[in-house]
Design a protein around this ligand. Sequence first.
Ligand code: GCB
Length: 618
Amino acid sequence: GLAASGAALAQSPAARLPLATAATEPLLVAADLREGTDLSGEWRYSIDPYRSGIAGFHGETPDRGQQRWLDVDVRKAMAEDNRTLFEFDLAHSPAAQLPGSWLAATPELRHYQGLVWYQRSFTVAPGRKGRTFLRFGAANYATVVYLNGQPLGRHEGGFTPFAFEATTALRDGENQITIGVDSAATAATVPPPVTDWENYGGITREVRLVQTPETYVDDAWVRLTRDGKLAVEARLRGPAAANAPVRLAIGELKLELAGKTDAMGTWRATMTAPRALVRWSPEQPRLYDVTLSAGDDRWRDRIGFRTIERRGPDLLLNGKPLFLRGISMHEEEIGANPARIITPANARALLGEIKTGLNGNYVRLSHYPHSEVMTRAADELGLLVWSEVPVYWMVAWDNPATLATARNMLAENILRDRNRASVVIWSVANETPVSEARNAFLRTLVSDTRRLDDTRLVSAALLVERDRAAAVPTMTMVDPLAADLDVLSINTYNGWYTQDRLTDLPGSVWRVPADKPLVFSEFGADAKAGFHSPDRQQKFSEEFQAEFYRKTLEMADRVPTLRGMSPWILKDFRSPRRQNPDFQQGWNRKGLISETGVRKQAFAVLADYYARKAAVGA
Ligand code: GCB
């Protein structure tokens, strides 16, 4: 089934390489805190639109002859024997800085969707011990990896981490790594080709060699359970994984818990949470150093402890009622020429706009898993997070390979971030039209989510039905998936995409189940920073957008079960769907901040609203 899935790379002969999934490959949870070598910096790259590096032009399986140009010194080979011919030469191709989308290397590649090869060499000191993994933060979309000409494997999905063991393929001294990344979306990929954001192809997150002992902690989840207990679940990998003594320690709490793994290398234990434990919250984002010792390995992470639950229509954080004062955010919103390069400093800057600028306590990381740098920054700054997979609009609901891909990325995302206190809601989809096949697909994702994590809430941004005959805007939630979710979420653009007058919005009627919390996962209107219309009537003006926010917030105040919102969106972002030459120029302009950092009038409207909400303790 997997051979038939995904982008062209996944359909090619390279599909015979092992596919890295959460089930088959190392997880290396909290790998970013492990020792290793960062392979960021200068790489060589070459476009390969006809995918010559993975198949001959008659579709034949590549043999060494066809594939050789990937890893030979072409200049040398052609100079040594003048009958030799190569038409690619990676080692002497242009340079690109990684991580980052390839459009950062040259603007010509902005709308290139296809295969690009990357290559670099690096040296490894002799005397290595233990195991070495090659770990990717993310590469968009399908990736195939060779180390010293040896295939390591491939991966599908543009936003989640994956790793390959490199211990035996590595050599002392000079090594060469070659990576093919194919950004092409097909009807079978997740997301499919049509979205509302730029498809930033390339190796967008860190590539590192990660070092571990022979037997090591591959996965560890340390958390507060719903009933307030401290629980740990850990999995060792390696020859000494079974029946191994393990020890969890939280130094600041003087907490130690010892145990033994089972025959499968798994350890599960629960204990009463110490009285001294300070619970994590946006107001007090307390994190603890947690270590797990097993043989020669010492796994560590920084972890906050809190509970999140829903009771009827209420959201409770550490048992106290909560209103989510949030905003949505894409990942690439850095500067006027974004290439999806997220550093801890710019993650903090973006989240700081929400926390201090907007008086917020919450961010919707839309529409795909953001960098681990972002969720770590949310933990540290104290922002609650909605985390989502790109099951967006028109997914191939009937295709089992597409479901397999979605399930794998959901698992990779949850397993990566289960230790992040900030993450409170997992979202399985955005704006997906109801059908039997879609309902079945999403129900599988919902049940996977609950199986992987029973401590968080599950949601999806749903569509509602509008009553065309009603005198006031009247929307009804008819989606059967509502019954499967903890939090009901609605995106609304009444007054922007519809002919409604803004003055009609406050009187809107929302027919939603009364026993579950509702959030407006989106609402918004475009505004071009600096374009003004004093009468507030003109679409694309700052005044219109500000008035849209005032009226929508007035409406929100009248929805009895509303427990939060994440309007669309923090910053203007690139979208090929948005080509209005007067106002958009390739940007979705629903940002409260322009791409160059200018705050529009609506920013203050939302900031004031959240300040008032925060003042009444919501
Ligand atoms: C939506 C989508 C979001 C779009 C937004 C818009 O409902 O979820 O991805 O960018 O509307 O601007 O139309």
